[in-house]
Design a protein around this ligand. Structure first.
Ligand SMILES: *Cc1c(COP(=O)(O)O)cnc(C)c1O
Length: 415
């Protein structure tokens, strides 16, 4: 009798969301993303620590060569972060005061900040409600005589509609800088993302596909852009006699422009090289987990799984669910809190960039309004999005926990 009661209690307890006092699906928080570092990664780094070179040297050169080959680009320039890569690409594209740069509002602030670093103005073109990527028709609407570049962001790793974007760029003489921070290993019409536009930018932050701690890369097929990128990474300094205005001797170098110290170290590049060798395995694992989620959630009317356009193959940096709020009696914040209580480290990507106070002040310094920036589809999606954990070190058991927690929380929230 007593035993029966206990069983009943336990059953009720596990069906009840943790946020209402039930037992959480997991005891320990599962993060939304994290790096996967193995012994050979550690060995590669310690080998460099024992060598003559610590900062930018032969290992960076090797990392650049292998990376360029992997993404199908002629040149790659390694820098200290994805943000530095965006800054360098905007510099190489010649952006400056008064220029306008069109990007997506549904991205990390760095995709727009890079224009501001050079005195240019970011302009937000709304997203496509199916792919969540920048909508080429919306780009057209935002083009002015000042527009100089487009920064399409491959949100979650799904490639943007690049043919349509390149067509606009060709007609209006604009540079295209792809923000592929989510898209290492993604393909557009069967070709890897990395050699398809003027420049492509990657990040090696620990949540991304491969990591160097902090780090980034710009790839290009254009020799002249390549030279500008090299210059910018190293204080604007050159030692190339063909580029210098004078030459006083072997010690001589010249600063030709205002660059930064955006160098990656050989220590980091060793980790990057080691990680790059594992990219295919990491991608396969991401795809397997995404397939588990797709299968589990496709038939749940309260959520929409990520739709994939036929021209692309996503790299699955993020797995985002869009809540069908009309079918729920709880909002995103409540569902977010309920999933966190189950120890599922959900996240939200992204707060539309123009909503950040710094951007509101830029848009209208007096009233702090969203005037001039507001994007309807990005707003609609922002209310609904929730990012589920997805990273190569996740086990099937971890994925099953996520599925169980989402099912449990949504069942309780169903209207
Ligand atoms: C991570 C990220 C960046 C910035 O990269 P860091 O290496 O963190 O500087 C830029 N854009 C997007 C879309 C990102 O996700």
């Amino acid at each position: 009798m007593l035993k029966g009661c206990r069983t009943l209690d336990y059953k009720n307890d596990s069906a009840l969301p943790a946020i209402e006092g039930g037992r959480p699906v997991r005891d320990k928080m599962l993060p939304y993303a994290r790096q996967l570092i193995e012994q050979d990664d550690i060995d590669a780094v310690t080998e460099v620590l024992r060598s003559d070179w610590l900062t930018t040297g032969p290992t960076v050169a090797e990392f650049e060569r292998r990376f360029a080959a992997r993404v199908g680009a002629r040149y790659a320039v390694a820098v200290s972060s994805g943000t530095a890569a965006l800054h360098a690409a905007c510099f190489a594209a010649g952006l400056g005061r008064g220029d306008e740069v069109i990007t997506s509002p549904l991205t990390f602030v760095a995709s727009a900040n890079c224009a501001l670093f050079l005195g240019a103005k970011p302009v937000f073109a709304d997203i496509d409600p199916d792919t969540y990527n920048i909508d080429p028709a919306e780009i057209e609407k935002k083009i002015t005589a000042q527009t100089k570049a487009i920064i399409p962001v491959h949100f979650t790793g799904q490639p943007c509609d690049l043919d349509a974007i390149h067509d606009i760029a060709r007609r209006c003489k604009l540079s295209v800088i792809e923000d592929a921070a989510h898209a290492l290993g993604a393909e557009y019409k069967g070709r890897p993302v990395g050699g398809l536009s003027d420049m492509t930018v990657f990040s090696f932050h620990p949540v991304k596909h491969i990591t160097t701690g902090e780090g980034g890369m710009v790839t290009t097929n254009d020799e002249e852009l390549y030279q500008w990128l090299l210059l910018f990474r190293n204080h604007g300094i050159t030692r190339d006699p063909e580029m210098m205005t004078e030459n006083h001797g072997p010690w001589y170098y010249e600063a030709l422009d205002l660059g930064f110290n955006y160098r990656l170290t050989d220590i980091q590049a060793a980790l990057g090289l080691s990680q790059l060798r594992k990219l295919d395995r990491f991608l396969a694992r991401r795809r397997a987990i995404a397939a588990i989620y797709n299968e589990a959630f496709a038939q749940i009317p309260a959520v929409r799984i990520p739709w994939q356009a036929p021209y692309g193959r996503t790299a699955w940096h993020l797995y985002v669910l869009s809540l069908n709020l009309e079918q729920l009696k709880k909002d995103r914040a409540e569902i977010f809190a309920a999933l966190r209580a189950e120890n599922i480290g959900v996240n939200v990507h992204y707060i539309p960039v123009y909503r950040h106070p710094y951007y509101r002040w830029l848009g209208d310094p007096d009233s702090c309004s969203l005037q001039g920036f507001y994007c309807y589809q990005a707003e609609e999606l922002y209310r609904r999005l929730i990012t589920l954990p997805l990273f190569p070190a996740m086990t099937d058991r971890d994925a099953a926990d996520v599925v169980a927690a989402v099912r449990k929380v949504l069942a309780r929230a169903a209207a």
